[in-house]
Design a protein around this ligand. Structure first.
Ligand code: LAN
Length: 739
């Protein structure tokens, strides 16, 4: 095709969006580009190719001032979007029907609900750095859309936050700046110049927090000397020690594992002129004059969530001293163990790995240990795309390989709770079939050798390929199995396995943590070296995980009273006590994985009200707790009938109102209130808000970000804007019908 023909095509933004297709097979999500026939021969490095790339790039320019959270437009282009624009609002039944018409039309062929799971700003740079060092090219138009994503999310002051809603940080800014440079942007580009100004004004990359120091060291643009020890020999310590790393929260454990490998071998990119230039760009002084020993503990105030504890500073002094003398044989033994652990994790997860951070650092480690042509490295590279997502703000790396099971299990229950769900029988069936297929029925290889809890009976957050079971995902999966009337072979047996697993996950404090039992004392958190995240060192009991587990157990015992009845009764008693003990004096519960008190309170009230109904716990205590919760919610309700919580609630651990009411927070509040006597009016006003804010096509607007982890980082749950309003409507209606 010639140049003239290309310019004659008159590409619109919508057309370009439609070239992207999400392929999904048993929950594996891969975005593919399908150019129209007349463009399919174009080579990206030809003149026309560049022109086409620039058209694609322009289509993805996104104004984050309207909402830093994009609306997942590319995925949702598949939706049934009728043109009806009546200003009228639907009644509950119509809203449910419209809502499910819209939502079921974006369901994937394999039955799951997909959605943008982006948000953090430290993931994509990790991928860019790993690809750069291992010379794994990011093919076009991925490269263009990744850089566009980064540029779209630059703050006005030139920097980037830890996540899309955050104020600029050294970590976010240095990592995006370096990534943009590695992907071909010139240092003179005005946006990069502005970013550099931000970096230099805030002290330069010497002040990047530890994870940033790590990535820059791998690139050779920060000296390995400037890192505190990541002591690989930790893995050789006696396993009964409370700080043995096998006892850490699995996410911390799996990130520090490959980090300590790279540190142990001082993995460093081949030097080149670009890296040399970077060394002169990101510091506020001459690279040669930097005192690396001093730089170890430097961190910009913009980034700190939890300052380094004095005990950790002293400990590091000792470890850094050891580092100078380390014994070669011990180091080798430790590194051999670490690499075998990395291989086990890769194989157990089909090279997806537990999360986006260890994914890319494992890939780097494997490249170093086995070489680029090794089957292990090739398998790693082929699984990178599982983490990439595309929305109208560009291409991002997600916080997981998706939130498939989690979203689909909620969506399924939301539909199930609607009296008329038969109208969407095929969507219902497909969701169920997806959920059912994700249950883990075997142990992964070498699970005990490498510190994993059992998996049998569990459900993962994303899909079976990933394979790490999670307490509350297991609970939501089991709830779906139990609620559905659809037959599955060996349903009872499989439900029992899920119950066994849930029982084995209960902690001594009566609560449930995320992936494993709490394996070490709380004081270990003082050794949290990340500075930017809170509560990463051990797996704590959480209100949400506990509530989900309890709800599942209560449902199970009702249907199968003969299986482990005593154990389950006892677990429920202890679990409910745990939830009660977590209620704050104002009646709320803090949510650790969603924004924030409306989320935590919804989980808590679901479990409490079910226990109340079934007479499984002291009724008076529960009544009081629920009543207090109702009062708390009533007090936070806005004039317009809705609730709106800002992400800051998670960081400050106190309720912070968002600028306006949010459909998702409102739905959580309504779901809580309908379970509590005496708050009918507040719930009704919430429902009115939800109805009023439904769009004519049955969707709801994307508002603020809904998810959080480790107190400081926000993460998107793009399906929540449909699932929870629909669930609240169905549950509200069901309650009204019962009366
Ligand atoms: C998740 C995603 C799912 C989430 C729920 C199941 C919703 C929650 O109820 C329990 C915790 C869990 C499993 C969870 C924990 C932290 C994760 C894994 C994430 C938020 C997704 C990404 C995040 C991970 C830690 C990101 C990498 C950053 C580190 C600090 C290691």
């Amino acid at each position: 095709m010639n140049k003239k023909a290309l310019s004659e095509v008159h590409l619109t933004r919508e057309e370009i969006f439609q070239w992207w297709n999400l392929k999904s097979e048993n929950g594996r999500q891969v975005w593919e580009l399908q150019l129209p026939d007349e463009l399919s021969d174009i080579k990206w490095d030809s003149e026309e190719g560049r022109e086409l790339l620039s058209a694609i790039d322009n289509a993805f320019i996104y104004d984050k001032k309207l909402n830093t959270h994009a609306s997942d437009k590319i995925l949702r282009a598949r939706a049934k979007n009728d043109s009806e624009t009546s200003g009228e609002h639907y009644n509950i039944e119509q809203a449910l029907e419209k809502g499910w018409q819209y939502y079921s039309s974006i369901q994937c062929e394999d039955g799951h609900f997909a959605g943008d799971y982006g948000g953090p700003h430290f993931l994509l740079p990790g991928l860019v750095v790993a690809c750069y060092i291992t010379e794994t090219p990011l093919a076009e138009p991925h490269r263009t859309l990744i850089t566009r994503y980064m540029l779209n999310h630059q703050n006005d002051d030139g920097g980037w936050g830890l996540h899309i809603e955050g104020q600029s940080t050294m970590f976010g800014t240095c990592m995006q700046y370096v990534s943009l440079r590695l992907l071909g942007y010139s240092a003179e580009h005005p946006r990069l110049a502005k970013a550099r100004e931000w970096i230099v004004q805030h002290g330069g990359a010497e002040y990047i927090p530890p994870w940033g120091k790590f990535y820059l060291s791998c690139l050779g643009i920060y000296n390995w000397e400037g890192n505190n020890s990541l002591l690989p020999e930790m893995w050789l310590l006696p396993r009964w020690l409370p700080f043995f790393p096998g006892r850490y929260w699995c996410h911390a454990r799996m990130v520090y594992l490959p980090m300590s490998y790279c540190y142990g071998v001082r993995l460093t990119a081949k030097d080149n002129p670009l890296l040399q230039q970077l060394r002169s760009e990101i510091y506020s002084k001459n690279y040669e004059q930097i005192n690396w020993v001093e730089a170890r503990n430097k961190c910009s105030n913009t980034d700190i969530y939890q300052p380094m504890h004095p005990i950790l500073i002293i400990l590091y002094k000792a470890l850094n001293f050891y580092e100078k003398k380390n014994l070669k044989s011990l180091r080798k033994k430790a590194l051999d163990f670490i690499i075998s652990y990395i291989h086990a994790e890769d194989e157990q997860t089909n090279y997806i790995d537990i999360g986006p951070v260890n994914k890319v650092i494992n890939m780097l480690s494997v490249w170093h240990a086995c070489g680029k042509n090794s089957p292990q490295f090739q398998k790693h590279a082929s699984r990178l795309k599982d983490y990439l997502w595309i929305a109208e703000d560009g291409m991002k790396m997600q916080g997981y390989n998706g939130s498939q099971l989690w979203d689909t299990a909620f969506a399924f229950q939301a539909l199930h709770d609607w009296e008329n769900h038969k109208l969407f029988a095929s969507s219902y069936k497909n969701m169920f079939s997806f959920i059912e297929k994700q249950q883990l029925l075997q142990e992964p290889p070498k699970n005990e050798e490498f510190f994993r809890h059992s998996s049998i009976g569990g459900f993962p957050f994303s899909n079976k390929d990933h394979g790490w079971p999670i307490t509350d995902c297991t609970a939501e999966g089991l709830k779906s199995l139990l609620k559905s009337k659809i037959e599955v072979p060996e349903k009872e047996e499989r439900s029992r396995r899920a119950v066994d697993l849930l029982l084995s996950f209960q902690n001594n404090d009566g609560g449930w943590a995320t992936y494993e039992l709490t394996r070490a004392p709380r004081w270990i958190e003082k050794l949290n070296p990340s500075l930017v995240f809170g509560n990463i060192m051990i797996d704590y009991s959480y209100t949400e995980c506990s509530s989900a587990a309890l709800q599942a157990l209560m449902l199970f015992i009702e249907q199968y009273p003969d299986y482990r009845n005593k154990d389950i009764q006892k677990a429920i008693q202890r679990g409910i006590s745990f939830i009660l003990s977590r209620q704050q004096s104002d009646g709320s519960w803090y949510g650790s994985w969603g924004v924030c008190f409306t989320y935590g309170t919804w989980f808590a009230t679901e479990a409490l009200s079910k226990a109340q109904k079934k007479g499984l716990y002291n009724t008076e205590e529960i009544n009081n707790a629920l009543n207090k919760a109702g009062k708390f919610l009533e007090q936070k309700q806005n004039e317009d009938g809705g609730w709106g919580e800002d992400f800051q609630s998670c960081v400050e651990k106190k309720y912070v109102h968002s600028k306006c009411s949010q459909a998702v927070n409102t739905a959580w509040a309504v779901l809580s209130l309908i379970r509590i006597e005496g708050f009918e009016k507040a719930a009704e006003r919430g429902i009115e808000f939800i109805l009023k804010n439904q769009l004519p096509n049955g969707d709801w607007k994307q508002q603020g970000i809904s998810g959080v982890f480790n107190h400081s980082c926000a993460i998107s749950y793009s399906n929540y804007r449909n699932i929870f309003p629909l669930w609240a409507l169905a549950a509200y209606q069901a309650k009204a019908l019962k009366k």
